[in-house]
Design a binder for this molecule. Sequence first.
Ligand SMILES: Nc1ncnc2c1ncn2[C@@H]1O[C@H](COP(=O)(O)OP(=O)(O)OP(=O)(O)O)[C@@H](O)[C@H]1O
Length: 253
Amino acid sequence: MLTVDHLYKSFHTGGVQYDVLKDVTFTIDESEFVAVMGPSGSGKTTLLNCISCFIPYEKGEIRLDDTLLANLDEEAMAEVRNKKLGFVFQDFMLLDGLTIFENVCVPKVITQAPYRPMEQKVTKLLQLFGIDSIANKYPVEISGGQKQRTAVARALMNDPLILLADEPTGNLDSKSRDTVIEAFIEAKRTLGATIFMVTHDTFSASYCDRVLVMKDGTIFTELVRKGTRQQFFDELLQILKELEGNPDEAIHV
Ligand SMILES: Nc1ncnc2c1ncn2[C@@H]1O[C@H](COP(=O)(O)OP(=O)(O)OP(=O)(O)O)[C@@H](O)[C@H]1O
């Protein structure tokens, strides 16, 4: 599904080169829910931005099914972003002037899809995530958790190959966070969605199938969930504690 192979990325600031991703290699299978964790500055967002085609990289390959995500012209890149990738951001990125229903329609409207199937699809997604009752409300009238579930529904409108989420629970209280994680789990279970999530939140990550832990631009280790969620949570806490030295910075329960 997603293959990242020997990826290198550096930034140049004031004539100095900073190597931010150093030989990052991993794969994600279809219908896997995978998180990336690690200390601040370890390269998580840079990695996500490379996969999202938002920034170029020097060396390595990123492949989504059969598509090599490099050297794409603008049109091909827009096509990949709109049809093969779904995005969920920390700050929701909903359009304030549109209703919840209309916001979820946006990716399909861009492709000039016919109205009737689009309406059916939005209705199905809103029901799946328990937000059908707020379909006619505007973003300003709903909670953070409802906003983020709207964003998840919007990201799934074009049946993307993978859903990329950057700190999706970062701006939410614990109750709202739980509803968003439930939405991801429901998307995986019901729609077979593949989800790749950058997070600082150990609790959210403990619901994943697998967690990649980054350190200094490399994949430091990879943890697979084998036992209960609580056991996985404890395991993640332990590794982050070892990695960061200060667990309080890494843990947001
Ligand atoms: N556009 C840029 N120009 C220069 N340096 C950058 C740029 N973007 C990121 N960096 C640097 O790359 C490193 C990795 O940043 P990145 O945002 O990927 O880390 P992160 O693990 O996501 O951190 P956080 O958890 O704080 O969001 C940091 O040292 C950062 O300062």
